[in-house]
Design a protein around this ligand. Structure first.
Ligand code: PEP
Length: 259
């Protein structure tokens, strides 16, 4: 089954209003002719509205990097899914390793956010990935299995169909060490098998699984040639228009992909 690729840029805690506008104006122009893949930028909360405004009418969509696990209320400093929808977001990244590592987010919390995101019509991008120590101890698949079961569990198949998963080995994020295409493919295929166990084959073959971890213009082509890699979640390289443009315009031989 053909899955439409998705390339998402996670800006993390970077870019002022002026810098954001400049970046998305460039991307709007440089990516205007790209029609066969989905493109997303995920800027900080402070610039979501202005970025959505600049991108209105383009094929580039806007997502947030996190959301709160409550519908609304007295949660000072937090942002709900409905508020993200209101400023023009279509997607939300959930359970990024930096949120798990620095803010103590657990699989249970990610699962709660996932359900709320789906309830308000946001497409969740749920991140999973092992630490370097876990890989070295041969625990990669145990860790990924737990994260997939607990972060992604408890949905109706019709909801699961809409979820995007991002495999981001923590040792590859912001380190310049990319997983090899074969290492990534091995885990992507494992994740897809688990989605099949949870939700059945039609859902498993429809769900997009992105790779994240030091994706750069010079490694995206080979990653995208793998059968189960359906796009990228790009951190550092999404902050430069030229690099992100080249990544979005990857040149994997799509017809060679086993789909
Ligand atoms: C990320 O933030 O999700 C990420 C993969 O970062 P980087 O591309 O910089 O490794």
């Amino acid at each position: 089954m053909a899955r439409r690729p998705l390339i998402a840029g996670n800006w993390k805690m970077h870019k002022t209003v002026a810098e954001s506008v400049e970046l998305v104006q460039k991307l709007r122009e440089s990516l205007s002719s790209v029609a066969d893949r989905d493109i997303l930028v995920a800027p900080p909360f402070t610039v979501l509205a202005v970025v959505a405004e600049v991108l209105k009418g383009s094929q580039i969509t806007v997502g947030a990097q996190n959301m709160n696990d409550n519908v609304q209320g007295a949660f000072t400093g937090e942002v709900s899914g409905a508020l993200l929808k209101d400023v023009g977001c279509s997607h939300v990244i959930l359970g990024h390793s930096e949120r798990r590592q620095y803010y103590g987010e657990t699989d249970a919390l990610v699962n709660k956010k996932l359900k709320l995101a789906l309830d308000v019509g946001l497409t969740p991008i749920v991140c999973v990935g092992e630490l370097l120590r876990e890989r070295e101890e041969g625990k990669t698949f145990t860790v990924i299995e737990k994260q997939v079961k607990e972060s992604l569990g408890g949905l109706a198949p019709i909801q699961a169909n809409k979820v995007v998963v991002a495999y981001e080995p923590v040792w590859a994020i912001g380190t310049g060490k990319t997983a090899t295409p074969a290492q990534a493919q091995e885990v992507h295929s494992f994740i897809r098998k688990w989605i099949e166990r949870l939700y059945g084959e039609p859902v498993a073959s429809a769900v997009r699984i992105l790779y994240g971890g030091s994706v750069k213009p010079d490694n995206m082509d080979s990653l995208m040639a793998e059968a189960d890699i359906d796009g990228g979640l790009v951190g550092g390289a999404s902050l430069k228009a030229e690099d992100f443009t080249r990544i979005v315009r990857y040149q994997a031989v799509l017809s060679a992909r086993a789909r």
